[in-house]
Write a protein that binds this ligand. Structure first.
Ligand SMILES: [Zn+2]
Length: 307
């Protein structure tokens, strides 16, 4: 199995691929348009000879995670590529979607995406499922399965409460972020989108998570593009890992100060190897001693991990 964090500037596009009997299978988590207006994940997908996508996740309704998704769906429709499962964490009512975003562009893009998803259901999109911590596991192949650890009922309720009390607080959509655990009998990978600090705290207390923690963490994604507020140091410290276990940060030029130099140095102090899709930031250059390096002549810095 290969997991690739596409360099999409500020935002997420993750491509998961695996083979069953020499047939390539594909899963996608989020799809963002780069600031240079390209859609790096779609560009890569269009070079692959596939007839089916096993799953697409919309991790949570924030623009830097869905801005390229409608374009991807239009491409799939034009090539008659079947999407077996479309997973999301939204309740797709107009009121709900409007409460997730902060600008007219984000609002219009999300409404248009949702209209497209609805229109394609039953044709190329075979099934749409709102997913949460209570949803069961999905099998990828003989070795790997995945399950979501978040959002749970708690985060969905907290989002709903904020949606009513602070209708303009678009940041609250991070409460709906998926944490996807891809696991084998002895190891696991955590893809955390923009999950909140308190979500990690809940999982840390969870009995089921203690069971999973006996396995080895092979790869983690640092939540919310390396933001300090979302970083739960104890959570990551408690994950069984070896010195080379990578922690990926997908991030591009932004005015939020992502990624936090403090988060990077704390992860390194707990023996993680930190990889960042964006290399030219002051946080990265001051805090990193062992980051992935850009290949000569390469203009993007995709992070690729094979297991
Ligand atoms: Zn984000």
């Amino acid at each position: 199995m290969t997991i690739k964090f596409k360099d999409v500037g500020q935002g997420d596009s993750i491509l998961v691929t695996w083979l069953i009997d020499d047939k390539l299978h594909v899963g996608i988590i989020d799809c963002n348009i780069h600031q240079d207006k390209t859609n790096p994940l779609l560009l890569e997908l269009s070079s692959m000879a596939i007839e089916t996508i096993d799953f697409i996740f919309l991790s949570h309704p924030h623009y830097d995670h869905y801005s390229g998704l409608e374009e991807l769906l239009i491409y799939c429709a034009s090539k008659k590529i079947i999407i077996e499962k479309f997973f999301h964490t939204c309740s797709p009512t107009e009121e709900f979607l409007r409460a997730s975003v902060s600008t007219p562009l984000e609002d219009q893009t999300l409404a248009s995406l949702w209209a497209r998803i609805d229109a394609l259901e039953g044709s190329i999109i075979q099934s749409i499922a709102m997913i949460n911590e209570a949803s069961g596991a999905t099998t990828l192949d003989g070795k790997w399965k995945f399950v979501v650890l978040a959002p749970a009922y708690r985060e969905q309720q907290d989002f709903n409460a904020l949606r009513i009390s602070q209708p303009k607080a678009a940041y609250k959509s991070n409460l709906l972020s998926t944490i996807i655990k891809i696991y084998s009998p002895d190891a696991y990978i955590l893809l955390t989108s923009d999950a909140e600090h308190k979500t990690f705290k809940r999982i840390l207390m969870h009995r089921m998570h203690a069971e999973f923690s006996k396995l080895e963490l092979l790869l983690g994604q640092v939540s919310h593009h390396g933001a300090e507020a979302n970083f739960h140091e104890k959570f990551w410290k408690n994950q069984k890992h070896n010195k080379l276990s990578p922690m990926a940060i997908s991030v591009g030029p932004n005015h939020y100060g992502h990624p936090s130099a403090n988060v990077i140095s704390k992860l390194q102090s707990h023996n993680f190897k930190v990889d960042v899709t964006m290399l030219n930031s002051s946080a990265v250059s001051t805090a990193l001693s062992s980051i992935s390096t850009l290949a000569p002549g390469s203009t993007s810095n995709d992070l690729t991990y094979s297991f």
